[in-house]
Design a protein around this ligand. Structure first.
Ligand code: HEC
Length: 168
């Protein structure tokens, strides 16, 4: 019962934070339409620039050429729990991906390091913000795979330690 009340409190807190974030943006002169427009733009950029490789419709694990973006998001959220840190880390990565910077070590071993492609920083920031703020599409089999492979947390240990060290 106590846990349940605690959960409700957390949910209420999250909702109020979200709405105040929107209120602040509106107070800064942004309209609701402009916020929606930013969101749509972020999704379009994500679809055209990232989903070629981070495909949310991959039919199986074997057909992937990169981890689904939902997996990348989950991993980055473990290391960066606020929007600013998350958006910065993703942007830094995309603008210059190197093996030293990688925190998804399993993915690097499976797929090799992501190629450096030419993106505009402002587009990458929009994409990263969209990823942080929205629930992403993910392959149907992904959730089961995630539980099976990483459910005990062991598979992700090395990367997390490394990211935490990088943050210090
Ligand atoms: C040409 C294919 C390709 C494209 C396009 C691509 N990626 Fe990747 N990405 C990869 C591969 C392969 C990996 C897994 C290996 C790795 O982590 O470097 C990866 C990994 C990542 C990671 C995890 C890096 C880490 O810490 O290990 C992030 C974050 C990421 N991609 C973001 C993006 C975003 C955002 C876009 C679009 C702007 C994008 N990628 C476009 C192939 C791609």
């Amino acid at each position: 019962m106590k846990n349940f009340l605690f959960l409700i409190l957390i949910i209420m807190f999250t909702i109020s934070c979200n709405s105040s974030k929107k209120d602040i943006a509106i107070a800064e002169g942004k309209t609701l339409e402009s916020l929606q427009k930013e969101n749509i733009e972020g999704l379009k950029l994500l679809q055209t620039h990232c989903y070629i490789c981070h495909n949310p419709n991959a039919v199986s694990h074997d057909s992937l050429i990169a981890p689904p973006m939902a997996a990348v998001k989950m991993r980055y959220k473990m290391s960066y729990d606020n929007q600013e840190g998350f958006v910065n880390a993703i942007s830094k990565w995309v603008l210059d991906p190197t093996e030293e910077k990688a925190i998804m070590l399993g993915a690097v071993a499976n797929f090799k390091v992501m190629s450096k492609l030419l993106y505009k920083e402002k587009d990458v920031k929009k994409i990263a913000t969209f990823i942080y703020e929205n629930e992403l599409e993910q392959p149907e089999w992904f959730e089961a795979h995630q539980k099976e492979m990483h459910g005990n947390g062991k598979g992700m240990g090395v990367g997390i330690g490394r990211a935490n060290r990088m943050n210090q």
